[in-house]
Ligand binder design. Structure first.
Ligand SMILES: NC(=O)c1ccc[n+]([C@@H]2O[C@H](COP(=O)([O-])OP(=O)(O)OC[C@H]3O[C@@H](n4cnc5c(N)ncnc54)[C@H](O)[C@@H]3O)[C@@H](O)[C@H]2O)c1
Length: 451
């Protein structure tokens, strides 16, 4: 069984759904009353600030609130960046003054996202927080009746995807996963060409993930004092209580399993998502997965996700997917019975120039970059004028692939290149209890109970 393609399609094609559709709130906000979408940003770090700038530049919505546990500091991807809720508020309000005059709207700055969610003027939220917060923030946002744009990878664990789906279904809100490749005309061209048979039957896919781009402290590291402008307790939230270190949090969270899945989920959420798309198996998964190589930093290092990996998996249609760490700028390469196509940060190439006829520009005819186009698609979906390009069920399936890859990778030092059998419908391994134990993990109170 495949997962439903989109929540609305799903609801419309099931008996349960037929009843549920009638109780879905009118999609969306009061566009007919001339209203503009009012949005809040939760997480104003490396990615959040970049997305806020794009919302302002393309005038996609009114940002009426921002939230971050960091009041404002350096320490993000580029140490020169000064980010957090106060710099974000200032950026939004300064933009308003420059472009809309003195009457420009006020942007509130919250330290606790639950206060932002309680703000009745907000129609939709952008959850641009570390991965360990994606599920709690998305679930509570949906329960508060807010439409949600949540960054990729959708979740920290396989189990969390189902939790988000249940909350979103119940609330009837629009949900977009932040997989902007789904709104990138180049990725659309390549994946749809492959899906439509341009290279014949797909036989093999290669996907790429990057190496760690930051170096954390090794074994024996000692704790730093928590900066006064930073609510570390709230940053940790559902994750285990551990001492603060400046390399643990801003941007670098992606290299620690407590908060993320390393580059396997960070890059894999894009490259594997495109693999599923090109295969036409958006909401499916492999039948087996095997780690062939994995390297880790010495035990006791702050960064504990794999630094170098290679794994392979098999799909029910016989396609083999191989994912490896590489400096190559390719994201996804499709090989088929009649040729190949590949796309990524270094451009798009194919076995024949014919395959690239009509290849569009990634910024589309309106000059809108993929991130902005993806947010625009979300806003239009909330207004009822479009459907989301990256539905929840699709982002879930892509995240699941990365999470089960990590299960195989984390078991590699002890279990070598064992073949793990995967039941995509049940979302369970059928030959390893140990691997199944990695599919969920407890959240620390009060985040264990989001009812
Ligand atoms: N789509 C893409 O291509 C893309 C690119 C980069 C990052 N991302 C995703 O964006 C997310 C954030 O990554 P980043 O690089 O911006 O990290 P970051 O650490 O720079 O920013 C995250 C921000 O969230 C804040 N935060 C943490 N817990 C919070 C909470 N409970 N409430 C409010 N704010 C909280 C942090 O203080 C920080 O400012 C990740 O899931 C990442 O995978 C996606």
């Amino acid at each position: 069984m495949k997962l439903p393609v989109s929540r609305r399609d799903f609801l419309q094609t099931t008996a349960l759904g037929a009843a549920a559709v009638s109780v879905l709130p009118k999609p969306l906000f009061a566009a007919e009353a001339g209203g503009r979408l009012k949005v809040g940003f939760i997480g104003t770090g490396n990615q959040g600030m970049g997305l806020i700038k794009r919302v302002l530049r393309f005038d996609l919505a009114d940002i009426v609130a921002v939230c971050d546990v960091n009041e404002g500091s350096h320490g993000y991807r580029d140490p020169g960046h000064f980010y957090g809720r106060e710099p974000a508020k200032k950026m939004v309000e300064d933009h308003g003054k420059r472009h809309k005059g003195k009457a420009a709207h006020e942007c509130k700055a919250y330290a606790d996202f639950r206060d932002l969610l309680a703000d009745p003027q907000i129609d939709a939220v952008f959850a641009i927080v570390p991965d360990h917060w994606h599920a709690p923030v998305s679930i509570l946002a949906a329960k508060a009746g807010k439409h949600v744009y949540c960054e990729k990878p959708l979740t920290l664990t396989v189990a969390e995807g189902r939790e988000i789906m249940a909350a979103v279904d119940e609330a009837g809100v629009v949900f977009q996963v932040g997989s902007q490749e789904r709104s990138n005309p180049v990725s659309q061209f390549v994946c749809n060409s492959v899906k439509n048979g341009a290279i014949g039957d797909v036989t093999r896919i290669e996907t790429v993930v990057g190496y760690n781009n930051k170096v954390g402290p090794g074994p024996g590291w000692s704790a730093d004092p928590v900066p006064k402008e930073f609510d570390y307790k709230m940053w940790l939230g559902p994750a285990p209580q551990v001492p603060y270190h400046h390399d643990r949090c801003l941007y670098r969270f992606r290299f620690n399993y407590d908060y993320s899945g390393g580059q396997i989920t960070n890059f894999g959420a894009h490259s594997n998502d495109m693999a599923h798309w090109g295969m036409g198996m958006d909401t499916s998964g492999p039948t087996e997965i095997q780690c062939n190589h994995a390297e880790f930093l010495p035990e006791g290092s702050l960064f504990n996700t794999a630094t170098v990996t290679s794994y392979r998996c098999k799909y029910p249609n016989g396609v083999e997917l191989v994912c490896k760490s590489s400096e190559e700028k390719v994201q996804t390469r499709f090989e088929g019975s009649n040729g190949w196509m590949q796309t990524g940060y270094a451009g798009t190439t194919a076995s024949s120039p014919e395959l690239l006829k009509g290849l569009p520009d990634k910024n589309g005819p309106d000059g809108i970059d993929p991130h902005s186009a993806h947010m625009k698609n979300f806003v239009e979906s909330v207004q009822g004028d479009a459907t989301v390009n990256a539905p929840l069920e699709v982002g879930h399936a892509s995240a699941v692939l990365c999470h089960i890859a990590n299960a195989a990778i984390r078991r590699y030092p002890e279990h070598g290149d064992e073949v793990l059998k995967w039941d995509a419908e049940a979302e369970r391994f059928t030959n390893s209890d140990g691997a199944n134990d990695m599919l969920a993990r407890p959240r620390r109170a009060p985040w264990d109970d989001l009812a």
